[in-house]
Design a binder for this molecule. Structure first.
Ligand code: SAM
Ligand code: SF4
Length: 334
């Protein structure tokens, strides 16, 4: 699948639920309204749709959410997708299945994920301080996420820690987190906060440019440029002192759209061709219409890809007190 700007689309992110057991301040309002069940695709519908994308050249699938691991029986979807890894199709087939999670369920799910074919996972952990963790997630206990992270490592999963950088909240912690990740064998990825969804907080107070964070880190660490890519938007450096990597995702200070290879599917079957634009395509009616076969489904996917926009234009400033994008990150899948 090649989009109108010559980018090959090989990466599908799938939000399997909009629900979550946490309420991170940058992601959700505390009193979120969630989708009724009938609007959410079944695990079988999600598997079929993912299969159609794989047939068109998608090589990497990341399950996300909401919190993907709180969806009932989600491990079945991991298993059915995992069974597609390495199966050669017309377009090469699925190469990698991965997940982004807050880690709360990993203590009891890590081994099953590994058995299903997952080898690398991203776990969101914005802080190592229990009180800050509680403040940032509103409902979370850090111990549960830490137990999950170590269970994942013990199960053989490579762990990357994702941390959203928030001014004045976890701003003083990145040195410590880099050292901790080095000590335990995890890569770290810092993310700039993006203006998505109403969260009942002022985002101009939260925004911290990572260019500043990077130059501060360089006071204590040697960050060596690398051309390491994971197929995602992060720019990576090797930390000489630890041998691990640190990545920076900077949608606000650096436009990463030129090399965008991905599209995002929501749990209702809506495809967003760009995280930062509203245009979408709805596949649920097709999935629920018995007269629509896989070839017709794939034709609809191609039509949607042909509308992929050139890029996003996120803005956080005092002149815009509405989010740039109305839907929450938990809907589109981070
Ligand atoms: N619940 C899972 C988790 O927290 O990892 C997966 C879904 S979450 C929406 C995916 C990623 O998006 C997380 O790393 C989260 O920190 C990030 N995220 C959520 N809202 C964001 C925002 N407004 N700006 C930047 N990153 C955000
Ligand atoms: Fe839940 Fe992840 Fe959003 Fe936090 S970032 S509220 S864990 S979906």
């Amino acid at each position: 699948m090649i989009d109108p700007f010559g980018r090959r689309i090989s990466y599908l992110r799938v939000s399997v639920t909009d629900r979550c057991d946490l309420r991170c301040v940058y992601c959700m309002a505390e009193d979120m309204a969630f989708l009724p069940k009938r609007e959410v695709l079944t695990l079988e519908e999600l598997d079929r749709l993912c299969g159609a994308f794989i047939g068109l050249g998608v090589e990497k699938i990341r399950l996300t959410g909401g919190e993907p691991l709180v969806r009932k029986n989600v491990i079945q979807l991991f298993r059915s997708l995992g069974a597609r890894i390495g199966a050669q199709g017309e377009n090469g087939g699925l190469k990698e299945l991965t997940v982004t999670t807050n880690g709360t369920q990993l203590a009891h799910m890590a081994e099953d994920l590994y058995a299903a074919g997952v080898r690398r996972i991203n776990v969101s952990l914005d802080t190592l301080d229990p009180a800050t963790f509680k403040a940032m997630t509103r409902w979370g206990e850090i111990g549960k996420t830490l137990d999950g992270i170590f269970a994942a490592r013990a199960a053989g999963l490579a762990v990357k820690i994702n941390a959203v950088a928030l001014k004045g909240v976890n701003e003083g912690e990145y040195d410590r987190m880099l050292a901790w990740c080095g000590e335990h064998g995890f890569d770290l990825c810092l993310i700039e906060t993006m203006p998505m969804g109403e969260i009942n907080e002022d985002r101009t107070d939260q925004y911290l440019p990572l260019s500043l964070v990077r130059s501060r880190l360089r006071e204590h660490w040697t960050l060596e440029e690398t051309d390491y890519r994971t197929g995602g938007p992060a720019r990576y450096y090797t930390v000489r002192e630890t041998g691990r990597r640190i990545g920076f995702i900077t949608p606000m200070t650096h436009n990463f759209c030129e090399s965008c290879n991905r599209v995002r599917l929501t749990c209702t079957g809506t495809l967003y061709m760009c995280l930062g634009q509203e245009d979408s395509a709805d596949f649920r009616p097709l999935l629920r219409d018995p007269s629509v076969d896989d070839a017709a489904l794939q034709a609809a996917i191609r039509t949607a890809i042909a509308r992929k926009p050139k890029g996003h234009d996120f803005i956080i400033d005092r002149g815009h007190n509405r989010p740039s994008i109305g839907r929450h990150m938990s809907v589109t899948g981070g």
